[in-house]
Design a protein around this ligand. Sequence first.
Ligand code: G
Ligand code: G
Ligand code: MN
Ligand code: NA
Length: 255
Amino acid sequence: AVLIRELDAAVEQEQFMLLFQPIVRLSDGRLTGVESLIRWNHPTRGLVPPIDFIPVAERTGQIVAIGRWALRQACRQGAAWLAEFPGEAPLQVGVNVAGPQLRDPNLVADVAAVLAETGLPAGSLVIEVTETAVLDDEQSHATMIALRALGVKLALDDFGTAASSLGLLLTCPVNSLKLDRSFVESITTVSRQAAVATAVSQMAAALEFGSVAEGIETEEQRDLLRGLGYEYGQGYLYSRPVPPERISELRVRGL
Ligand code: G
Ligand code: G
Ligand code: MN
Ligand code: NA
């Protein structure tokens, strides 16, 4: 297990790095955005995957400091791409924000400060929150409203996996839903998965949320999800999470 003081050292010494996974428009396969995904480059253990330290950091509260680093780094990178590809539609940059971060009273001020510091337009930042983080929590709701007021976009991540009620969608101020990859995994063979994916797509459209399908690994899954009306997609079919230079290369190649 990860030690708390190791994580403190990691924050202090900036032992983290961000990878970026492409998000594409399903109708034409164009790159429209990225999701930033943190990695911990531990001095002796090597690359530690998020599953081995994010849950710990959420329990200890260290996720707030880690998340602040990730937010700044992602916005810096987003601004760098803007400067690198001035004529093109700006990439949407997704940043995962965990429950304790959303409940941090400084989050909105931090986001505003980072946008001002990096020059990334607020509309290029997409904050990804989970159902669990926003459920039944007035403070989180107020925070999301304040983020929207800054012009930042919000996405409901891992949609369909938490014990959320559909009523959440009536009040949750998000711009888009990200269908969890567990519903995509067997979508071409398990008709019940396809039924759920269909219902989510129709509901997203009716409620005027954008829709993103996660975990697309095959062309069959892509074709099916595109047919169901999913606007955007993400998954190994397109690309694994990659270093920022690889995203630049994709842009150079006209994706
Ligand atoms: O990249 P990977 O599949 O290993 O990510 C696993 C999980 O770690 C993701 O579901 C994501 O929610 C979480 N995660 C990745 N990067 C960040 C980050 O920068 N901040 C937070 N809070 N969670 C992250
Ligand atoms: O929970 P969140 O959506 O933030 O997590 C994204 C995670 O999903 C990342 O860790 C990423 O590596 C992983 N991921 C992205 N695309 C695929 C995929 O096509 N298949 C699988 N199995 N995992 C994926
Ligand atoms: Mn995510
Ligand atoms: Na997800």
